[in-house]
Each structure stands twice: as structure tokens, then as C-alpha cells.
Write a protein that binds this ligand. Sequence first.
Ligand code: ADP
Ligand code: MG
Length: 307
Amino acid sequence: MALPAEFGLIARHFAPLAGPGALALLDDAALLPGPAGTELVLAADALVAGVHFLPDDPPGTLGRKALRVNLSDLAAMGAEPLGYLLTLALPPGTDDSWLAAFAAGLAEDQAAFGLHLLGGDTVSTPGPLSLSLTILGRVPAGAAIRRTGARPGDEAWVSGRIGDGWLGLRAARGEWPDPDGRLARRYRLPEPRLATGQALRGVARAMMDVSDGLLQDLGHLCRAGGCAAVVEAACIPVSDRAAPVAALATGGDDYELLLAAAPEDAARCAALGLARIGRFTAGPPRVTMVDEEGRDITPARLGWSHV
Ligand code: ADP
Ligand code: MG
């Protein structure tokens, strides 16, 4: 299965720099030995105006989105949050009221998710506003849920609704009906599945968060586990059956959990509100999506590359 350009670039230039704890740059976060029976969990994600958010998105939601996409990587490891570092590159003319609204949004989410700011950097840029956030979390030693570990016979499960990122971007642009504003809100403020991620320790054999398209991200679990996967399109939980399932299954920005679990753990997954979307099978890493008659309806492009 071809890897998007972004992953080739990381493998060529940055993987050779990685050391112990980096998980070969193939996971959602890094793991380092922590104090008293814990491991520290570290991840970073950047957002750029016009790429990851709409330039006129309200400032109050931007910091919260940056925080939440990072929290989603902690959730994908089964970790709990501790703190974060924030780096801002601000275009000229960013005024104090903008920054006040930005910080007020962060204050709200810090309280909601139980972490605090540890430091960062502020610079100016001739380009678009960008923010980079580095998050620190922890797990009991040995309990982190990695991307490796899916095996043939395991079932694939997801949290929440897949494609709400795709629908939400369109709703935020006024291109998709969204009478109560739920979809646009979901695009601006993804919901990191921290409690679910922690509850899946000891259940999920492999897990990641879906940020670049369900099918492409499932391909990562397949490569990491050395197996293939089949997804039943009709089983994918979606908000709007009128939307093309290929778009929902390949669109970005969902920040839901995607995991492999043994069939005997099906009841535990269902009790967490997860939806079973397919299974892992023997064979070279490959993702296939089928319709209700079992016909192959796998789209040519499985997800997003950022470069
Ligand atoms: P996610 O979508 O889970 O945030 P990405 O797809 O952005 O993860 O990145 C995939 C992996 O590559 C992660 O392990 C990440 O830490 C690593 N990575 C991406 N860019 C860089 C970089 N510039 N330097 C080091 N590691 C990187
Ligand atoms: Mg991730």
C-alpha cells in the first residue's frame, strides 16, 4: 500500500534521528520512563490558518482545537493529560483582544480536561497565523496502547461518528446543511476521547486516533500489525447517510479512536459506545471497504497527506 508523501518524508529525514521512546516515529506519541511506575507520553501537532482552520474562525476556538487534537493523541495511547507547551507565530496586527479571546478559550479547556500550560514561545511571522502545541501526559508503566498489535481475527472498532470532520468543514463553509450548528462546532472543537482511551487499556490490542481519514489510518494499524483489514461501509457510524460514504471514510479531522480488539472483548467495546466496522485479516497490509453485497468499493485515495 503506497504511503502518502508526508510519511515517506518523515521516514527518510526524521526517523534516522529518533531514539529510545520515539517508537520509530510510527505512533501517536512518544513514551519515556516517568516517575513512580509511570511512563510519560509526548506528542506535538501544529495548526496553520487556511490549512487546519478557516482564517476567520473565532480565536476562542483556535487554542482549544490545538489542545484537543493533541489530547486526541494522548487518548489514542490510553494516557491522561498533564500539561502542554504552546508556540505561537502571529502575523502583524494580531491585537490584544484577539489574544484575550484565544487565551480565554484555552482556560476553559484546561479546566475541562485537567491540564495546564507549562511554557512555550511567541514569535511574529510574515505568513499566516500558526500554532504548535506539545503535550505531556502519563500512563501506568506498560499500559500505553500502541499502534502495533492488531492480528488477523481481531475486530476493528471506532468511537463516535466518522466523517463529522468532513461534514463539519463543509458546514462551517455553509456548504452542508447544519440547522443546529452541531457539525460546524464539531469541526472547530473536536472531542478528544480521553475517558474511552483510558478505559481501553488492556482491551485494545492496537489503537490510534483518526486524523487523516479512517481508511488511511486503518492502513497504519495494518502496517504496524502486519495484517490486512476489511471495512463494511454500512457499519461505519456516520451522522448523515446522504453523504458519500467514501468521502466520510477518507476525510480528515475526525479525532475519533480506531482500534483492534479480540472478538471476545466485543461486549466491552460495545459497552463503551464503540461501533464495530470490520475485521483484520491475514495478508499483506491492505485496506478494503465493501458494500452490503460484499463488493469492493475501496476509494482510490484513502486519506490525507499534509505535504
Ligand atoms: P498524528 O496524526 O497522530 O498527530 P502524524 O501523522 O502527524 O501523527 O505523524 C506521524 C508520526 O511522525 C508521529 O509519530 C510524529 O511524532 C512523527 N513526526 C511527524 N513530523 C515529525 C517531525 N518533523 N519530526 C519528528 N517526528 C515527526
Ligand atoms: Mg494520532
